[in-house]
Design a protein around this ligand. Structure first.
Ligand code: COA
Length: 174
C-alpha cells in the first residue's frame, strides 16, 4: 500500500475533431497510460467551420472507443476549462506535433489557467508517424480523391467519402 489518494484521475481532451485522426487516437491512448479516465470533449473553435456536425463528430469518436469504458465522448458548449472543472478533471490534455504548435498551445493553456487555476494543461507528443497530419490536411486529400485510410479510423474514412460524394452530388451539408 502506498500513501497516494485512491480517487481516480480524470482528464479532458478538448478539440474540434473535424474529424478525429489516428494522431488524436494516439494521444488518447498515451493519456490513458497516465490517467485513469479520459473524456473527449468535442468543442467549437470559433474560427473554424466544421465539415461534420457536432453530433457526427461525437458519434465518429464514440464508435471507435465503444470497447473502452475509461473513455467518454461529449459535446461541449462554452468554456472547456469550466466544463473540465465541473467534471472534476485534473487537467486538459493537448497534443503537440511540432514547434509550430507551441505558440498557440502556450496561449491557450495560459488563457485557460487564467480562467480556472484548478485545471492544469498537459501536453503529449503523438507517435512520429502522426506528426505531420492535421484534420484540414486530411480533408483536403480526401476531397480531392486521395487515400487517407491509414491516417484515420475506418469509420472516419467511410464518413469522409460519403460526405464528399454528397457534396459533389449537390446534397447540402448538414
Ligand atoms: N494528430 C493529428 N492532428 C492533430 C493532433 C494530433 N495528435 N493534435 C492536433 N491536431 C490538429 C487537428 O487535427 C487540428 O487540425 P486543423 O486545424 O487542420 O483542423 C489542429 O491540430 C488543432 O485542432 P484541435 O486539436 O482540434 O484544436 P482546435 O485548435 O481546433 O481546438 C479548442 C481548440 C476547441 C480546444 C479551443 O478552441 C477551445 O477550447 N474552445 C472552446 C471554447 C473555449 O474554452 N475557449 C477559450 C479557450 S482559452
Amino acid at each position: 500500500m502506498n500513501d497516494l489518494p485512491s480517487h481516480k484521475s480524470l482528464v479532458v481532451y478538448p478539440g474540434t475533431f473535424d474529424p478525429i485522426t489516428m494522431g488524436h487516437v494516439d494521444i488518447i491512448y498515451r493519456a490513458l497510460n497516465l490517467f485513469d479516465e479520459l473524456t473527449v470533449a468535442v468543442a467549437a473553435n470559433s474560427s473554424k467551420t466544421p465539415l461534420f456536425s457536432t453530433e457526427e463528430r461525437v458519434e465518429l469518436i464514440k464508435e471507435n472507443f465503444a470497447h473502452e469504458p475509461r473513455i467518454k465522448v461529449e459535446a461541449v458548449k462554452g468554456l472547456v476549462v469550466e466544463y473540465a472543472f465541473r467534471k472534476g478533471a485534473i487537467a486538459l490534455v493537448r497534443g503537440i506535433r511540432a514547434v509550430s504548435d507551441f505558440d498557440y498551445e502556450f496561449q491557450l493553456a495560459l488563457a485557460n489557467r487564467k480562467l480556472n487555476r484548478e485545471v492544469e494543461s498537459v501536453f503529449l507528443m503523438p507517435g512520429f508517424r502522426w506528426i505531420y497530419i492535421s484534420s484540414s490536411m486530411l480533408k483536403d486529400i480526401a476531397r480531392n480523391g486521395g487515400d487517407v485510410s491509414e491516417l484515420v479510423p475506418v469509420n472516419v474514412n467511410t464518413a469522409m467519402k460519403q460526405k464528399y460524394a454528397n457534396i459533389d452530388n449537390g446534397v447540402p451539408n448538414s
